[in-house]
Design a protein around this ligand. Sequence first.
Ligand SMILES: [Zn+2]
Ligand SMILES: [Zn+2]
Ligand SMILES: [Zn+2]
Ligand SMILES: [Zn+2]
Ligand SMILES: [Zn+2]
Length: 620
Amino acid sequence: MSRRLRVRQAQTVLPFGVGAVFDIQGESFVATGIGDWPRRRQEVESPRLASRLGVSAFYAAPPAADDRFDRPDAAGAPYIRFPSWLFCGACRRMIRWRIADEKAGVPPRCPGCSPVRRLAPMRFVQICAGGHLGDVDWWFWAHSRLDPAARQSCDTRDRLRFNVSERATGLEALSVLCTAKGCGAGRDLLDVLGTHGMRCSGRNPWQRRGEAADCTKPVQVVQRTAGNLYYPVVSSALDIPESDAPAALTDEALAERVRSSDMWVPLCRAHGGPAEDAFRGLLKDETGADDALLDALLAEETGSAPPPPARADGASDEPASPDLSREEWAAFMSPAPPATRDFAVRESELGLGQEDAEPWVSLRERFGRVVLADRLREVRALQGFRRVSPTSAFVPADTARRLRWLPAVEVFGEGLFLTLDKDELTKWEDDDRVRRRVAGLRTDLGRSFQQDRLGTVTGAELSPRFVLLHTLGHLLIRQLSFESGYSTASLRERVYARPEHDQYGVLVYTAAGDAEGTLGGLVQQGEPPRLAETLLRMAEAAAWCSADPLCAEHSGQGFDNLNRAACHACALLPETSCETGNTLLDRALVVGGDQVPGYFEPVVAQARSAAAAAVERRPR
Ligand SMILES: [Zn+2]
Ligand SMILES: [Zn+2]
Ligand SMILES: [Zn+2]
Ligand SMILES: [Zn+2]
Ligand SMILES: [Zn+2]
């Protein structure tokens, strides 16, 4: 019954990054903090992102045949079994599995059943808004209907059964029973979901007891697959030519020189010993680094840096959310951007220069630049995560708060960058009806507790162009997926629509591949005349949603009412494709709606009359 479990390297940031709980072949695990990562890890370079996030470097766990699910010596990212409460589907016995019980390559088995039965993880876990995660106290649950005195009379903690009754359905059919002699307490799971006054452990499963915070936040019992168990905080940057790279790079370059020196590992080993000074001297001569830098790098490498004072509730300060759009926008808009290994773009066009017929003329008038990216590299770094809600306390990827690096992965892909025509856009944005419609959305955004987070994407103030370009990005991804067989999840958007930086474009890109296998073909879809045809069909399709008229007339749907005419049937994308969690979308701004002109409305109208005219001309 041996088995191999594997998480691909690209998945170690999303979706299986630090703090995430996931099922694999019927077993359930949690990704541990980066303090447990193997020392042999691969550096992922992104100086621009590193300097903006204020970290020294990024690392990926080396790809490995087995991840560290149950093998302390494997090379990949570390995961530990969670929840640790398991049960046997045959004899219904519940077992609290310990790390010492793990046998490499073998799933947990019931010690009582013959023939051998595998144990299954309990479906419920507990979380709190402080970012903590733990097993449900099933003993407490089984005895929770007793008064405290009666509860204390049972001192056997490990005789629990997870019963299932055929007389009931749903959670009511499940119960946890104590089979200790003379006890027999039990309770069904009908109302297990929610808050029950249980205490939070103040930590995550991989943290030692000494690392626990004194947490007073109410504990919530949820399914371990619940959406609110894990909200990763990820920042990403495209590699762009280093024309005006920030000055902070030099420090990092020096650090890199130190780490790649032959003297570095000997120095780490000698750290704190009599030979340290000699290695230090050699390293300083060789690299030009000073003691302060060596101290910082040593502290980081050996984990001996003093932890900064933790707040009583265990929450740390908010993560950095830098605006990386400016340089990327400039790189896409530069007339002849120098190609690098990881950023190769060329200017293209819709190919409608000679067209004098509608709807092509209207379409051409509304677009500006078309840039095809034959090669893009994106670095995605996991800063940390939250639980319970996307605005709960932030937990950094290094839960011990000692390391200055972050886990990251690099992905390669192709892209399609489009801008709108600036004059047409300004004209449309000046229309009162457009402004009024977006002002309403801005009010809803102001009320949303997501305001700060979304503000890092939209810019200082939500603008009509942001909602327009964002919705355009979604519609284009959906159309491309419909026409070319991409899954929508393999395409992503980056919206460049900050009026304060004079931006008015959107990038749609594939970034699923590693260095060898990129998902090709997107650039071909962007070549003339295909792109123009795709855009036209996209605009025509966007004028209709199967949920209309309900969808078209909505005054606020989706998360915090932050969408207008946009729903799953017409505009939404998988979470990982979208920068805003599928909010701030409105088809009406694209194709027009009741009382608001759409930027592409004339294109749709022209396409319809051209089609009607073609039908009339057809000989009968
Ligand atoms: Zn059993
Ligand atoms: Zn009992
Ligand atoms: Zn807590
Ligand atoms: Zn819809
Ligand atoms: Zn989006």
